[in-house]
Design a binder for this molecule. Structure first.
Ligand SMILES: Cc1ncc(COP(=O)(O)O)c(C=O)c1O
Length: 399
């Protein structure tokens, strides 16, 4: 399916001197429908949800819950009450990390290619609560090692938390197999779906995952919004990190009674516009079709990779097989600092990419690599964007 018709929905791409935007793994662009949903809230019903009884407030409450249901469908969850609005994937994973009430000696396992969002909370709990945080080494540098997982799970393992699709190289881990192995051994599983759900169908019920976190700004939604999925019975067991207004049925000078999930995790007035915009974004992406997006990104990445992979001075980080790298092209140019590459592309060619360690410091530091330059495609990129990028790299190499 040719999805380039959706490009017209993104105002930035239709402006004069529009950039060649290849930084969607960091943050996607927003279509007009999402911008309109935010404007509509602030213009027409900029009120508080769930508290006041006037018409504006009812409208907020209704649209907030419609958005929750849109995110439910986006993640393939059964019940809207299994979706907690958060400010990003990081917050979602912290809600679980802190809420599990892990004790001295409890073990948490992650892969060795995790974003800081799925590394630092475990270090933090290790430092302050004495939990054990262990990392599972990949096979052939990039592939999840299912056999090693089986061995590494011990009786003290309380959680395996893994990245579904890596923001470093675009590779997707075998979620179903990982979850099955963990559940066979009675271990709960959290999945960092920040880079997978925007680009491929993710169905939490099918996967049988216990928790999964996403960031709305990676699927065309507003920044500062995300969602945490949890099986309802697992959410019920978590201890909320933040409590206060909107999280209680009642309170007195002596006590308080928490509301059931998801409300007990959504403390204080919420980002109503952000949540409503996130729901609209989820619908938009589902409308384009994530199978179509995945196929489109793979086509674009194949063009990029074939054009650049054999050029002298270029090295790609990630599996050799481009079909294993989604829409992400993470690379280095010999003799160039990755940030110099990104600045050069921006200044000379108006091409936006990301550079550095992409918050996957642990992977880079363990290998003594300074970072990479990273071009990442999404549904609105076309072959002309990719040609501009590959031409710019070729010209850079020959200069
Ligand atoms: C794989 C992955 N996990 C987690 C995150 C954290 O997302 P956020 O900063 O929105 O919480 C990112 C962001 O780049 C990511 O790529």
């Amino acid at each position: 399916m040719d999805i380039s018709k959706f490009r017209k929905d993104f105002p930035l791409l239709n402006s004069d001197d529009n950039p060649t935007y290849l930084d969607s793994a960091c943050m996607t662009l927003r279509p007009q429908v999402v911008i309109d949903a935010l404007t509509d809230y602030y213009t027409n019903y900029p009120a508080c949800g769930g508290r006041s009884v006037h018409k504006l407030s009812w409208q907020v409450t209704e649209n907030f819950e419609i958005a929750r249901d849109q995110i439910r469908r986006f993640m393939g969850a059964e019940k809207p009450t299994e979706i907690v609005f958060t400010k990003n994937a990081t917050e979602g994973m912290n809600i679980v990390a802190n809420g599990l009430n892990l004790k001295n000696g409890d073990k948490v396992l992650t892969s060795d290619k995790e974003h800081n969002a799925n590394v630092v909370p475990w270090h933090h709990l290790s430092k302050y609560k004495g939990i054990k945080y262990e990392v599972l080494a990949a096979k052939d540098n990039y592939y999840f090692d299912l056999e090693a997982l089986k061995e590494k799970i011990t009786s003290d393992t309380k959680l395996v938390s893994f990245v579904h699709t890596s923001n470093l190289d675009g590779h997707t881990n075998p979620a179903k197999e990982i979850i099955e192995i963990c559940h066979d051994k009675g271990v709960k599983v959290m999945m960092d779906a920040a880079q997978s759900a925007p680009h491929k169908e993710v169905n939490v019920v099918d996967l049988d995952v216990d928790f999964a976190a996403v960031s709305a700004h990676k699927f065309c939604g507003p920044s500062g919004m995300g969602a945490l999925y949890g099986k309802y019975e697992e959410l019920e067991k978590l201890i909320p990190t933040y409590v206060g207004g909107s999280t209680v049925v009642n309170s007195s000078y002596d006590d308080y009674k928490l509301l059931p999930p998801p409300s007990c995790f959504e403390a204080g007035l919420q980002d109503y516009a952000g949540a409503i915009g996130s729901g609209v974004a989820a619908d938009y992406v589902m409308g384009v079709g994530r199978d179509n997006i995945r196929e489109h990104e793979n086509k674009l990445n194949t063009i990029m990779s074939n054009k650049l992979k054999d050029l002298e001075g270029i090295s790609i980080v990630g599996p050799e097989d481009v079909s294993q790298r989604g829409g992400i092209f993470s690379f280095n140019i010999e003799g160039w600092d990755p940030t110099e590459v990104a600045m050069h592309l921006d200044e000379k060619y108006n091409i936006a990419i990301r550079s550095g360690m992409h918050c996957v410091h642990s992977w880079f530091n363990s290998r003594g690599i300074e970072g990479t330059a990273r071009a990442s495609a999404y549904l609105y990129n076309n072959e002309s964007d990719i040609r501009k990028f590959t031409d710019a790299i070729e010209e850079t190499l020959s200069s």
